[in-house]
Design a protein around this ligand. Sequence first.
Ligand SMILES: Nc1nc2c(ncn2[C@@H]2O[C@H](COP(=O)(O)OP(=O)(O)OP(=O)(O)O)[C@@H](O)[C@H]2O)c(=O)[nH]1
Ligand SMILES: [Mg+2]
Ligand SMILES: [Zn+2]
Length: 318
Amino acid sequence: MIKGKAVRIESKDIYVLTEKNKELRCSLPGKFKKKYNLKKDKLRTLDIVAVGDYVEVELAAADHGIIKKIEERRNYISRKAPRIKGSGIRGGRLEQIIAANLDLFIHVASINEPEFNNRFVDRMIVIAESSNVEFALLINKIDLAEPVEYQKWEKLYNKLGYKVILTSAEEKMNIDAVKDLIAGKTTLLWGQSGVGKSSIANEIEPRINLKVGEISDFSGKGKHTTVTSRLIRLENNTEIIDTPGVRELEPFGIKKEDLGHYFVEFGDFIPECKFNSCTHFHEPGCAVRSAVESGEITAERYESYLNLLQTVEEDIIF
Ligand SMILES: Nc1nc2c(ncn2[C@@H]2O[C@H](COP(=O)(O)OP(=O)(O)OP(=O)(O)O)[C@@H](O)[C@H]2O)c(=O)[nH]1
Ligand SMILES: [Mg+2]
Ligand SMILES: [Zn+2]
C-alpha cells in the first residue's frame, strides 16, 4: 500500500502525490460513493476525495493506482456548490469541498481590478471560522491604488485579530511576508478570479510557473484562468493550493442562530442580548445592534452579517 495526498482532481482521475514525491494517477472505486455520500438519505456532496486528502493507494499498473482508503479530514473548507441546471438533484444544495487538512486559509483579494469587496471577505471569514481554519487576508495589486484605499481595510481586519498582508505580485512587494507566513504549513489560496492567486504563487516559487491571466481578460466579467485546484509541494514541509476563482460564495450548512458566532467581535455582546435565540436583526434588547449604534461594531461588518443572514435563512440543513 502506498500513502499519499490528493493534489489534483480531473473528472475521474485523482492525482496522488506519494511520500516519494511522485504524482500517480488514481481511480476511486464506486463503493466509496455509497459509503461516504449518504447522510439521512440525502446526497450531501459529490466530492468524496478532495485536494489535500490523505489516501492509501494500491498499484494497478506502474502508472496507475486504485484508492483503497481515505483518511478522515482534520478540517476542510467548503461552500454551497453552484446550482447545476438540469442536474436532477432535488432538495438542498450540495456541499463543494475546496480543500482538506489545512493549516492556513489565505483569502486573496485585490484592491482594484477587481475592486475590493468587503462583504465577500466577510463571507470568506465566516467559512474559515466555521471550519476552524486559521484565516489571513491578502490584499494584492496595491500598485493600483493609493494607500488610503487599502489602509482602512487593513486596520479593520487587523483589529478583529486577522493577519493582513498587502502585496503587489506585479512589483514584487511584500512577497517575503507571504513566504514567512506560509512556511511549514499547508495553505489554501482562495478568492475571486483575477485577483492574482496564481501570480502570488508564482512569486512564492517561480519554478512552479502557473498560468496567469491576460490583463485584458479581466476588464469584463472575468475569465477563469486557473480551472482546477492544485496542491503544490514546496521545500521544508510547505504546501500551497492554487484554486480557480470563485464568483458565488455561500457558506454551506450554517444555521441562522450560529451565524453571529462567526463574527468574532459580536462575541462580547451576544451574551447580553435579551433573547437567547436572538438573530441580531429585529429583536428587542439586542446588544449587538446597540454595539453597532455605539460604534463598537462597525457598520460594514454588521451589513455583511445581515446580508448573509438572508442567504442562510434559505438554507436546508442536512
Ligand atoms: N497591477 C497588478 N496586476 C497584477 C498583480 N498580480 C496579478 N496581476 C495581474 O492580474 C491578472 C490576473 O492574475 P492571475 O494570477 O491569473 O489571477 P488569479 O487569481 O489566479 O485568477 P483565476 O485563475 O482566474 O482565479 C494578470 O494579468 C496578472 O498579471 C499585481 O499585484 N498588480
Ligand atoms: Mg489562477
Ligand atoms: Zn442580538
